[in-house]
Write a protein that binds this ligand. Structure first.
Ligand SMILES: [Zn+2]
Length: 85
């Protein structure tokens, strides 16, 4: 018995290469979605993204050398007793 044709799905493409829009159901290619900052080109739905991806997009928009990660321990708070008066 021949196998019936199936729509493109996870079984035929590497995981994470295709996204389905939660709003309109459009199937979007990952690279296309990334170039559009994870916004559906059909309906304007904003996909949820990780903080790392958000920073990557922001750095792409403003220039990769224009920001620095914030230190978890600012030096001005490291030793509060050194500053008095
Ligand atoms: Zn959509």
């Amino acid at each position: 018995m021949p196998t019936p044709a199936r729509p493109v799905g996870r079984s035929q493409t590497p995981d994470g290469m295709w996204f389905r829009c939660n709003s309109c159901g459009e199937i979007l290619y990952r690279k296309t979605l990334e170039s559009n900052f994870f916004i559906c080109a059909r309906c304007g739905y904003h996909f949820r993204i990780t903080p790392d991806k958000y920073i990557q997009i922001c750095s792409t928009m403003v220039g990769s050398r224009s920001w620095m990660p914030i230190s978890p321990r600012p030096t001005r708070l490291a030793s509060p007793n050194t500053q008095s008066n």
